[in-house]
Design a protein around this ligand. Structure first.
Ligand code: AHR
Length: 336
């Protein structure tokens, strides 16, 4: 929907203006710069490569926004630093890309750079995690997960399991390993656990530590916790990497992870690796977080190219897997 893209019709300008992210005046001379059939240039700032999930998300973007599909993708890995993301987005603006897409590290701190993108008239699509800005029209669309719902699925399943086991009064001792603080994924999953703690007075947080969504960090913090106590019923990990790291540490310390008297491990993502742990019973519940967001982004871009209005918020489809019902076939048929 950028002004220089050929074949832009008046309707798309109206849409842009309605969306509040329009390029100022339509410069016809500039528009003709870009020959018909030239690729759509997309600058994508990926937060990093901290998890299997993230790698699958990058791959989905790269394979969808490919040359064969009519795109030129400029991919930047921010190595988990918000400053790097802001720098990359500024570079995309200087490069005058057609669209900017980014997966934000945290929810806050984006207003100024989005204002710069808007001044340059470049539509911005936020993926994976959402952002918090006063003026919602600073970005055209958000595509990602409903992290709060993911957390609610996890705690409802745990409540049900503990109820079946008659664990409604004795203390349930929980270790909580959090993801990157301030990211939507952490905020939503943590909020659901906090709500469940309020309605289940016998649930207790033994320790809450930062796992940064990585296996290495979770292994480290879980190892330290186990030096203080092994009296743990549940470990609530905010992604598969953390679950795997925590399981490594618990097994090394002689604890078993299972629902039959062992430690109950809850995880999010449902990557193939995470699900293989679920199949073994080591992860009791794995709530899916769908990284295959490239096709959703392409659909939005195509709608904008045609001058159509786009849905401002699109949550990707997600499900959950537990150790009682998962099968090998379910894992094999999955895309990541
Ligand atoms: O924002 C999505 C989360 O970030 C995924 O759960 C996690 O694996 C990733 O690093």
């Amino acid at each position: 929907m950028k002004t220089k893209r050929a074949l832009i019709v008046f309707g798309s300008v109206i849409v842009t203006l309605l969306a509040g992210c329009g390029r100022g005046a339509l410069d016809l001379a500039e528009q003709q710069d870009k020959p018909e059939g030239s690729p759509i240039v997309v600058g994508f700032s990926q937060v990093g490569a901290e998890s299997e999930w993230r790698v699958a998300n990058s791959e989905s973007m790269k394979s969808t926004l490919s040359e064969e599909n009519g795109y030129e993708l400029i991919f930047d890995d921010a190595r988990n630093e918000q400053e790097n993301q802001i720098r990359a987005i500024r570079t995309f603006i200087q490069q005058d890309v057609d669209y900017i897409v980014f997966s934000p590290r945290v929810e806050t701190g984006w207003t100024s750079i989005l204002q710069e993108a808007r001044d340059a008239g470049i539509p911005v699509i936020v993926i994976d995690r959402d952002i918090e800005v006063e003026d919602r029209s600073l970005y055209t669309a958000y595509i990602g997960s409903d992290f709060r719902k993911e957390g609610e699925t996890a705690v409802a399943w745990l409540e049900n399991l503990l109820q079946k086991k008659g664990r409604t009064e004795n203390p349930v001792r929980i270790v909580h390993i959090q993801g990157t603080i301030g990211s939507s994924a952490q905020i939503g999953r943590t909020a659901a656990l906090e709500d469940a703690l309020e309605r289940n007075p016998n649930w207790q947080i033994v320790k809450q530590e930062l796992g940064d969504f990585t296996r290495a960090k979770a292994y480290e913090v879980m190892g330290a916790i186990l030096k203080e106590t092994k009296d743990i019923d549940v470990v609530y990990c905010e992604n598969d990497g953390e679950a795997l790291g925590a399981i490594d540490a618990m097994e090394e310390a002689g604890l078993s992870c299972n629902t039959e008297g062992g430690v109950i491990v809850i995880s999010f993502d449902a990557t193939k690796l995470g699900l293989s742990y679920c199949l073994q019973g080591k992860i009791a519940l794995n709530v899916e977080c769908n990284p295959l967001q490239g096709p959703y982004v392409a659909e939005i871009i195509q709608q904008l190219e045609r001058g159509e209005t786009v849905e401002p918020v699109k949550h990707v489809e997600e499900t959950a897997f537990d150790c009682f019902t998962i099968t090998k076939e379910m894992i094999e048929g999955r895309g990541y």
